[in-house]
Design a binder for this molecule. Structure first.
Ligand SMILES: Nc1ncnc2c1ncn2[C@@H]1O[C@H](COP(=O)(O)OP(=O)(O)OP(=O)(O)O)[C@@H](O)[C@H]1O
Ligand SMILES: [Mg+2]
Length: 249
């Protein structure tokens, strides 16, 4: 069974159709990239999946459960965790405090019976483990806002990971990074995904990044899905070439 299923998902903003009748699914263990040019509807699709905005039409099914009308925090507690296109961390806190708080955010209901101290210890442990998986242990005590941009983006992934998500959603993790920082991020994320066990939905602009990281991809164009499949097949699809890749080799 698919972990995530979108059925005829549509989002209109006035006259603009940001997401247009999108049907797609994410299977357990898949690293799926959603690609498409500026304004294709990628971020809007993420907002719909995570519950930041409500669809105009269509359904979202997560792990067999209809979540279309469920608020964002409930979806997080079911196991959806995301990073944002724009950096979203607590800049004055340390990297460790950021991952611990992220872990606690999902814990709130699950661990209440254990009481405060146990909650804190468990969240710290999961936060530290996430930092380690992203290669950030050496900056754990540093103030998050003073980390390099590349490390800040990885810290955001660590924060999402600290929530032990069943579905990890990432909106352009390499946006705004230098060539060197992008290469490093791809290296770290590639290692993370290669370890297996994660199901990932990734929005990405950079084709090189997509081909390095994704096992499946969905191409959006003006809100609609124009191709879906493994990266090599999608890349060769003339419709995709025409609409988006335009000369990319
Ligand atoms: N809150 C909103 N109100 C009105 N229009 C919106 C809103 N959010 C998005 N849109 C419009 O919906 C379309 C899709 O935008 P979206 O941000 O989802 O694209 P994107 O694929 O993430 O683009 P980018 O690559 O630039 O991040 C665009 O035309 C955008 O202007
Ligand atoms: Mg976007």
């Amino acid at each position: 069974m698919a972990l995530l299923e979108l059925q005829g998902l549509t989002k209109r903003y006035g006259g603009i159709v940001a997401v247009d009748n999108v049907t797609m699914s994410v299977e357990p263990g898949e690293v799926r990239a959603v690609i498409g040019p500026n304004g294709a509807g990628k971020t809007s699709l993420f907002h719909l999946i995570t519950g930041v905005v409500k669809p105009t039409m269509g359904e979202i099914v997560f792990d067999g459960q209809r979540v279309t009308a469920m608020p964002a925090f409930s979806r997080c507690q079911l196991g959806m965790s995301r990073t944002f296109q724009i950096t979203a961390l607590f800049p004055e806190m340390s990297a460790r405090e950021n991952t611990r708080l992220a872990a606690q955010a999902r814990d709130k209901q699950r661990w209440r019976p254990l009481g405060g101290g146990a909650v804190f210890a468990e969240a710290s442990r999961r936060g530290d483990a996430a930092l380690e998986r992203l290669g950030l242990s050496h900056v754990a005590e540093r103030q998050a806002g003073l980390l390099s941009h590349g490390d800040q983006r990885l810290l955001e992934v660590a924060m999402a990971l600290a929530q032990q998500p069943r579905l990890l959603l990432m909106d352009e993790p390499t946006q705004g990074l230098s060539v060197e920082e992008t290469a490093q991020a791809v290296e770290v994320l590639g290692g993370l995904f290669a370890g297996g066990g994660l199901t990932v939905l990734l929005v990405e602009h950079d084709m090189e990044v997509v081909f390095r990281l994704a096992s499946k991809m969905t191409v959006l164009h003006r809100g609609s899905v124009i191709a879906d499949g493994d990266p090599a097949t999608v890349k060769a699809d003339p419709v995709v070439q025409d609409a988006y890749l335009g000369g990319y080799t």
